[in-house]
Ligand binder design. Structure first.
Ligand code: CP3
Length: 339
């Protein structure tokens, strides 16, 4: 088996950095769009056979060094009774947003095997189909990022409901975050039991808060999740817009710290030290430029990551209109590198 990715996560010696792409299964691939022409997004997520098919698409086309199970960070919120729908052109929408301590009553703490067993079944099926070609990642959203969607009732530009609640009644918001952490721990344990070989926690909105408020509001539930998973499989924390939080992130109990493209990995390394693997962080927009420039861009990131393990990735999810051949050029540029 190609275990380069797992070795790099653990900080073991590798001959080159492994590479995978956040959101590597998705709309930029014509073969994904063909599946979506037949089934809507949530039905796709709930059908293990189709999940296995789209999870393997980027493995077959790009030859990336890791697979990530096709699912969504918002699925557990639907399992908790919030009523998730994906409206055309609007992104996710929740029927029952949670905006106060009283609203917590509308949420249930699900039996994850019953409510999210389709994700576990998909993981087991993907493992069988991969037959050891590359390791399989499971994932979840951070409690803070899940709350951002649940409180707003979908995507938002200003996060007025979430941030308003954080000033009005921080204790109430912390109670919601704690419940989200508990469900996430069960969900991630279920993914490991089904065969996930590493886990990534996505914190898309982790950068919304200044450092002291982040430590008070977002950190406790995040640490509860990460702490509960410590000692299982390699753990990756991905923070978006979190360059101002690096001193905090350096002390999270994770194997891998994944950052967006706005901060250089040399700057990250200087703050977090040598004992941790870094993941990232090519600007997703670079895949819209001249692919002939990708080897130099990739080399620069590899050089900046020196002093510890490195997993190459983009700094955020691949953009939906990326030419697949540029994604392939990126992967091949990384795979041509030798330390
Ligand atoms: O990486 C992969 O290939 C695995 C699949 C995956 C999806 N979502 C599938 C998806 C993963 C890891 C996610 C994570 C996710 N979902 C995040 C965190 C990562 C990030 O980008 O910050 C977030 C914030 C979500 C929530 C979400 N899901 C939104 C806001 C949307 C609508 C906007 C968008 O990006 O399309 C989704 C839908 C979604 N999730 C799609 C896919 C492929 C597009 C659905 C479609 O139309 O086919």
């Amino acid at each position: 088996m190609n275990d380069l990715f797992l070795r790099a996560c653990r900080g073991e010696p590798v001959e080159r950095p492994p590479v995978w792409i956040m959101r590597q299964a998705g709309r930029y691939l014509p073969e994904y769009r063909a599946v979506r022409a037949e089934v809507d997004f949530l039905t796709l997520c709930r059908t293990p056979e189709r999940v296995a098919e789209v999870t393997l698409q980027p493995i077959d086309r790009l030859g990336v060094d890791a697979a990530i199970v096709f699912a969504d960070i918002l699925l557990p919120l639907d399992a908790m009774g919030a009523g998730l729908a994906f409206e055309k052109g609007e992104g996710p929408v929740f029927e029952r947003p949670v905006r106060s301590l009283a609203d917590l009553e509308t949420l249930s703490v699900p039996d994850v095997d019953a409510a999210l067993g389709y994700v576990f079944d998909a993981i087991a099926l993907v493992r069988r189909r991969l037959a050891g070609r590359v390791p399989l990642l499971g994932f979840a959203g951070s409690p803070w990022t899940l709350a951002a969607y649940l409180v707003e009732g979908g995507t938002s530009k200003s996060f007025g409901h979430l941030l308003g609640w954080s000033y009005r009644d921080p204790e109430g918001l912390l109670a919601l975050l704690d419940i989200l952490a508990d469900v996430t721990v069960d969900y991630l344990h279920g993914q490991i039991a089904a065969g996930a070989q590493a886990l990534q926690v996505f914190d898309t909105w982790g950068g919304l808060l200044e450092r002291r408020r982040w430590a008070e509001l977002a950190r406790p539930s995040l640490e509860k999740v990460l702490g509960a998973m410590a000692g299982t499989v390699p753990l990756i924390y991905y923070g978006n817009g979190t360059a101002h939080l690096l001193e905090e992130l350096a002390t999270l109990p994770v194997d891998v710290l994944s950052v967006d493209w706005r901060v250089g990995l040399d700057e990250v390394r200087a703050i977090v030290g040598e004992g941790i693997t870094l993941q990232g962080n090519l600007d997703p927009a670079a895949l819209h430029g001249d692919p002939a420039r990708l080897p130099a861009l990739v080399r620069d990131i590899v050089d900046r990551a020196r002093g510890g393990g490195h997993v190459m990735n983009l700094g955020h999810g691949i953009l939906p209109d990326t030419p697949p051949e540029n994604a392939l050029a990126f992967v091949q540029a990384v795979q041509a590198i030798r330390y």
